[in-house]
Write a protein that binds this ligand. Structure first.
Ligand code: HEC
Ligand code: HEC
Ligand code: HEC
Length: 109
């Protein structure tokens, strides 16, 4: 019994230390944001709206893929650079992808 209680106690201490280290409420296991599969767990099969600027070609096709083949090879966060964690439900809204991170000039239609 003494042994069992010690095991319980050290597990509780370890859990407490890990909460101190990672912060309460933060995920203990880091997610790889550069892996598109991470994003598609939530963002697959959702309709993509066209860009707000009507002169700009739409990057995603409505099914969530890409109109331009060259865009398929990038990570989601290469374009959506403002996504820095998975708690972006509010912070991501209204943010825009900067085409000139890769293009000399923002492409127009
Ligand atoms: C746990 C689920 C989840 C994961 C995983 C996730 N997202 Fe999101 N994301 C959301 C929710 C919920 C919203 C807010 C509702 C919406 O716009 O779809 C959102 C919003 C967004 C938006 C803004 C949409 C808009 O309204 O303009 C972008 C862009 C985005 N996410 C990109 C990503 C990228 C890139 C990844 C991977 C690094 C990712 N998300 C991973 C749940 C998730
Ligand atoms: C080449 C740049 C680029 C890449 C790569 C990219 N996106 Fe986007 N994304 C955009 C742009 C630009 C928009 C604004 C609408 C448009 O033009 O399609 C957008 C819009 C979105 C939106 C919000 C639009 C909506 O209607 O809900 C979500 C969510 C999103 N992208 C998720 C992703 C995910 C997930 C990936 C990776 C599989 C990804 N994006 C890869 C450029 C990109
Ligand atoms: C992460 C890098 C990256 C970002 C960000 C990016 N692109 Fe691209 N895009 C490329 C690459 C690489 C090519 C293929 C080479 C080329 O044509 O410049 C390409 C090609 C294209 C093409 C087809 C060729 C052309 O120039 O007509 C269009 C259209 C395009 N992108 C639109 C956009 C738009 C609009 C945005 C911003 C909303 C954007 N891209 C953001 C990497 C990117």
């Amino acid at each position: 019994m003494v042994l069992a209680r010690n095991v319980f106690t050290s597990a509780a201490v370890a859990a407490f230390i890990s909460m101190l280290t990672f912060g309460f409420g933060a995920p203990v296991f880091a997610q790889d944001l550069t892996d598109n599969e991470t994003c598609l767990e939530c963002h697959a099969d959702t309709e993509r709206a066209p860009p707000s600027n009507p002169d700009r070609p739409q990057v995603h096709n409505p099914a969530g893929g890409f109109f331009v083949e060259d865009h398929e090879t990038w990570s989601c966060v290469d374009c959506h650079t403002y996504i820095v964690d998975l708690e972006h439900e509010e912070s991501a809204s209204g943010q825009e992808v900067d085409c000139t991170n890769c293009h000399e000039e923002a492409p127009t239609k």
